[in-house]
Design a binder for this molecule. Structure first.
Ligand code: NAD
Length: 370
């Protein structure tokens, strides 16, 4: 059956192919049980592409990524390629994808499955059932602003400097993604900046407020970034979607991620601009973790971050929220039944392999879809 859902799968290096392999089994399951088919192509990225083609991303694979509806990415890197010159390293493949697809909106959910609430460094009751989304602007702000550099002053002392800079359109496009996310979730958007001390924050707040009228079903609030850091650890469940700039988002998303307790559980999405005529948005979905060379090839990797990235892909690129819900529910039920890979196993719990986790998920999906 021909499909209008074009997907490019880039498994990459280390545990990437192992965890992506478990998603491919879910894709097959969806084909058979829910009659959803994808038009899937698979490519090389990172070290695997360096070995085959001498570059971390070929022009052909880059062009394919621009042409599909969504890219599902595994992970890249490893000791084999660490000694290559900086510009030839595996990571350049991912950076090129992000840059050329102009992926300015980085979505990092922090979700705590009840069964894992004790793995968090916070108290059980603060994080059980947590489901918040940090939306970080990814292509602007102080990491890219000019002027930047290290200069030597007439006194001989050196001065390092960077520029925090946002245009109205850069703020508006990420804020609109934030409002749209809130519409698909619980209808609350919290915009985070430092308008009390930074002009870029004043503009940020003005622009976000000026478009709020377009989303009457979303309740907008504003918070200073330092207060937000406190609130994330004091009472994280007060939030639904947080939208913030590149620097604050970098810090706040890592902080929120740790509420969940494990790297093997964290998905992410990076979205580009919406094409006004087709409504299509460039998008790349990937787990937060890397290629985990220490466990690669041993069948020990936790595939759930990749599986949850795929659930995000269904929800945000294909508007298949119901299917995403079923996959997330299957993950919750499997964990609830005490099924664990080594990284999330509590003392005394038996750890299963990557593919056994995949099999457990498929069984659960069968039950949920029955
Ligand atoms: P890492 O995320 O690969 O691993 C950190 C630790 O977490 C390791 O002990 C690893 O075994 C464990 N871990 C990670 N994912 C896991 C999973 N799914 N299941 C079970 N355990 C898991 O980070 P690192 O060790 O700092 O980096 C290893 C390589 O990955 C480096 O080459 C780095 O550059 C690369 N990296 C790639 C990405 C990416 O592809 N986006 C992100 C981060 C790091």
């Amino acid at each position: 059956m021909a499909s209008n859902k074009k997907l490019l799968v880039l498994p990459g290096d280390g545990i990437g192919p192992e965890v992506v392999g478990e998603v491919r089994r879910i894709v097959d399951w969806m084909d058979q049980r829910r009659h959803v088919s994808f038009d899937i192509s698979e490519g090389l990225v990172g070290g695997a592409s360096i070995d085959a083609h001498g570059t971390p991303l070929t022009d052909e694979t880059m062009a394919e990524a621009m042409n599909v509806d969504a890219v599902l990415f595994g992970s890249i890197g490893g000791p084999k390629w660490e000694t290559l010159p900086f510009n030839s390293q595996p990571e350049r493949g991912l950076l090129r994808l992000r840059k050329e697809m102009d992926l300015f909106a980085n979505l990092r959910p922090a979700m705590v499955f009840d069964a894992l609430a004790d793995a968090s460094s916070l108290k059980h009751e603060l994080v059980a059932g947590l489901d918040i989304m940090i939306l970080r602007e990814l292509t602007g702000g102080v990491y890219f602003g000019e002027p930047r550099g290290i200069e030597t002053l007439p006194s001989g002392e050196r001065r390092g400097f960077n520029t925090q800079s946002y245009t109205e359109s850069e703020i508006e496009r990420v804020a609109r993604v934030g409002f749209e996310l809130a519409q698909k979730r619980n209808g609350k958007l919290c915009s985070v900046e430092k308008a009390n001390v930074m002009e870029s924050g004043v503009l940020w707040r003005e622009v976000v407020s000026s478009i709020a009228g377009d989303y009457p079903d979303v309740t907008l609030s504003h918070m200073y970034a330092d207060n937000c850091a406190m609130q994330i650890v004091r009472n994280p469940k007060q939030f639904d979607v947080i939208v913030t700039d590149n620097l604050f988002g970098d810090i706040l998303s890592d902080c929120a991620a740790m509420l969940t307790g494990s790297l093997g559980m964290l998905p992410s999405a990076s979205l580009g601009a919406e094409d006004p005529t087709t409504g299509r948005r460039m998008a790349l979905y990937e787990p937060v973790h890397g290629s985990a060379p220490d466990i690669a090839g041993q069948g020990k990797a936790n595939p759930l971050a990749e599986v949850l990235s795929f659930a995000m892909l269904l929800r945000y690129s294909f508007d298949m929220g119901e299917d995403a819900d079923i996959i997330e529910a299957a993950v919750g039920n499997v964990l609830g039944a005490g099924i664990r890979t080594a990284d999330i196993a509590a003392p005394g719990q038996t750890a299963i392999s990557t593919s056994e986790m995949g099999t457990a998920l498929l069984k659960e999906l069968d039950k949920l879809a029955a």
